[in-house]
Design a protein around this ligand. Structure first.
Ligand code: IVH
Length: 671
């Protein structure tokens, strides 16, 4: 028990004073619960200053002290339904009610603040500290409150202390870490840690640069007293002062109401813009709150029902790298299996080489893993104290672990890539799986094991080979039933009938996702036209920049890729012809007739393609029907004809401006 108390105190210090927790909340909660259980079994051994009976936190020296007239308490936790039942039962016993009305609120993951207003003006803002004495953060809090340093409304009490949570949105947290990285400053491990670190700054100017959010949910001292009946009344009263209260708070009745709210909030957890680590239930009637009172640490009228932890601790057993479809190398930490975010996790992404350096992660390290919603599990931090020996640094491989080709680091890009292309088995498998995936060719029943087997048995080597497979050869593979073999062949057969966007997407051109594939299909209407397009033409397509354009031209300049496309079409992969003509359907050149003369900086053919793409007809000679003459260096007699006929003449700059969709601003040199 002494040891547990010491550990808890150590982690309290890291969390509340240093804003630098070493272990995840779930690991802390476990220590705390363990001590509570021991204390209930051995009441005679409870330490006089046990952390289970006091509010954690102290006052850090640089901040002034603020005495809380009404102490700031913590909350008791319920970790499962039965613990919530226990809470509700105790409340029912003490109030003598059959069912109790509660207010349910999200449990915001930030830090508690108490704002003292006298005659409507903010006089002090204080952190919770040890519950009796908090830290004076008034100057810092002014920038968070903006207008809220003076209360709004007509009936303002002489003294009112309003309490709530200061937190950081996930978006702001991500932005802050980017800025911190650019400046080579501290990386925050989660939004709560960032909020605490930002508010507890010695220089208020630093706090002012961080965007913090406030949400109020309780009162401290109020003079003269205000006749409020319920927790809702109280929230409304606070709101009327112009201070923010949660719009997610709801009255609920009994356990059923509590559980229903919990489920709904848990479902919404990931889409909320801020971290919520559970829900808080408070007895709705304030007179009952008063009569239920407090234990040393927590109110008897409220409880926090925690959500499953999204962060857990485990150990790294190995660090491997994975090769993606386009050769991107992703380092992965192999872990001792751990239950986190509702699933057992044994791998976590390490993103890239930079991230490994930042974390300084090594095999054998104890780490904090985060798994939130559908996001792939990642390593948040390495637990310093868990490095029990001098583990060697991880060396990023220089050769692809699958094909042995060199790994290249693209300049200005953190991504490392295997240079093996489709000769690399890993890339080959991934590209075939991508081709078959639901939004691409949608071939059901083609899993990673099967593709691997088919490549090893030399049944296929590329996506084009899929269409010459027969059920008998597939059926001969290990663990492949006859029925599934014929189902697969049928699925492949059905996939022939596709659409152009799906086909383009299925090719797996780097940077070409579904939306880009659709844009390309709409613009070119045909795979051959897309394959022939050059950078400039591609960039005429809305939302296509130099990156995607370069990727598309690089893809089609590979003979291997062109051959695959040819074979796929030979295998009768087909799509309906576009209903609309390809190319642009509006713009300054659309529907116009254009004649070219003289030497431009691009070949005449290129200029023609660009114009055709922009919806223009190209004519050989200037006539009354000509709308524009594009005039390069050393023009011929066409320029004279244009002048005679009053046709608009564009120089190359004007031509390009019009192509870019800026009519009129161009240098129409003569009309
Ligand atoms: S009420 C006497 N309501 O959780 C009751 N606290 O674990 C005081 N918290 O110190 C707290 N959301 O920082 C309350 N809706 C909410 C809350 C909330 C987050 C924090 C608060 C408190 C801690 C206790």
């Amino acid at each position: 028990m002494v040891e547990l108390a010491e550990q808890i105190d150590y982690h309290n210090h890291r969390y509340y004073v240093l804003d630098d927790p070493e272990i995840p909340d779930s690991a802390y909660d476990k220590l705390f619960r363990e001590l509570e259980v021991l204390e209930s079994r051995h009441p005679d051994l409870v330490l006089p200053d046990t952390p289970t009976r006091r509010v954690a936190g102290t006052v850090a020296a640089p901040f002034g002290e603020v005495q809380h007239v009404v102490p700031m308490r913590s909350l008791g936790n319920a970790f499962d339904e039965s613990e919530l039942h226990d809470f509700d039962r105790r409340v029912r016993e003490l109030t003598g009610m059959q069912t109790v009305d509660y207010i349910a609120e999200p449990k915001l993951d930030g830090l508690a603040i108490s704002l003292r207003y006298e005659k409507g003006w903010l006089v002090t803002a204080a952190t919770r500290g040890d519950g009796q004495t908090g830290e004076n953060v008034t100057r810092n809090m002014r920038s968070v409150l903006k207008g809220g340093t003076h209360l709004a409304g007509a009936r303002i009490p002489d003294v009112v202390e309003i309490r709530g949570e200061v937190f950081m949105t996930r978006e702001e947290f991500a932005r802050l870490n980017v800025r911190q990285k650019e400046k080579g400053e501290k990386h925050y491990i989660n939004p709560r840690n960032a909020a605490a670190g930002s508010l507890r700054q010695l220089d208020p100017a630093v706090t002012a640069k961080r965007s913090l959010t406030l949400c109020c949910y309780a009162l401290g001292e109020v003079q003269p007293g205000e006749p409020l009946q319920t927790q809702q009344d109280m929230l409304r009263w606070i709101g009327d002062f112009g201070l923010p209260v949660s719009d997610l708070a709801e009255p609920v009745t009994g356990m059923d109401g509590c559980l229903d709210y919990y489920r709904r909030m848990l479902e919404r957890r990931d889409e909320l813009p801020f971290d919520v680590d559970g829900v808080v239930y408070k007895v709705a009637r304030l007179d009952w709150q008063q009569s239920l009172g407090f234990t040393a640490r927590t109110p008897r009228w409220a409880v926090a029902y925690k959500f499953p932890a999204e962060e857990s601790m485990t150990r790294v057993t190995a660090i491997d790298v994975q090769v993606g479809r386009t050769g991107a190398i992703t380092p992965v930490a192999r872990l001792e299996p751990v239950f986190v975010g509702g699933a057992t996790v044994s791998n976590a992404t390490l993103h890239n080489q930079d991230e490994i350096r930042r974390l300084d992660i090594r095999v054998g390290d104890q780490v904090i893993i985060r798994r939130a919603g559908d996001v792939i599990p990642e390593v948040v931090s390495v637990v310093e104290a868990g490095r029990t020996a001098d583990f060697p640094e991880f060396e990023f491989p220089r050769a692809c672990p699958v094909c042995g080709a060199a790994i290249v680091q693209e300049e200005q890009n953190v991504v490392a890539r295997c240079s093996g292309g489709l000769f690399c088995q890993a890339q080959k498998i991934r590209s075939i799986l991508h081709f078959a995936s639901r939004h691409a060719m949608n071939i059901r029943g083609l899993g990673v094991r099967l593709v691997e087997q088919m490549i090893n048995e030399k049944l296929i080597d590329s996506v084009a080979d899929l269409f010459s497979l027969d059920a008998e050869r597939i059926g001969n593979l290990e663990r492949m039933a006859e029925k599934s073999a014929s189902n697969l062949v049928a699925a492949i057969d059905r996939s022939r009938d596709t659409t152009l966007p799906r086909f383009i997407f299925a090719l797996g051109i780097p940077l070409v996702g579904e939306t880009t594939a659709e844009a390309l299909a709409l613009a070119f209407g045909d795979i051959d036209r897309l394959a022939e397009a050059d950078d400039e033409l591609l960039q005429q397509v809305p939302d296509i920049g130099p990156g995607v354009a370069g990727s598309v031209t690089a893809f089609f300049s590979e003979k291997y890729n062109r051959e695959i496309v040819r074979r796929l079409r030979e295998a009768e992969v087909a799509w309906p012809e576009p209903e609309q003509p390809a190319g642009q359907t509006e713009g300054p050149f659309f529907g116009s007739t254009v004649v070219l003369t003289g030497t431009l900086s691009i070949p005449r053919n290129e200029a023609k393609k660009l114009l055709q793409f922009a919806g223009a007809r190209i004519a050989g000679n200037v006539s009354g029907k000509t709308d524009f003459l594009v005039c390069g260096d050393n023009p011929g007699s066409k320029a004279t004809s244009a002048e005679v006929l009053g046709v608009k003449v564009l120089d190359e700059a004007g031509f390009r401006e019009m192509l870019a969709g800026k009519p009129g601003s161009g240098k129409i040199i003569r009309t």
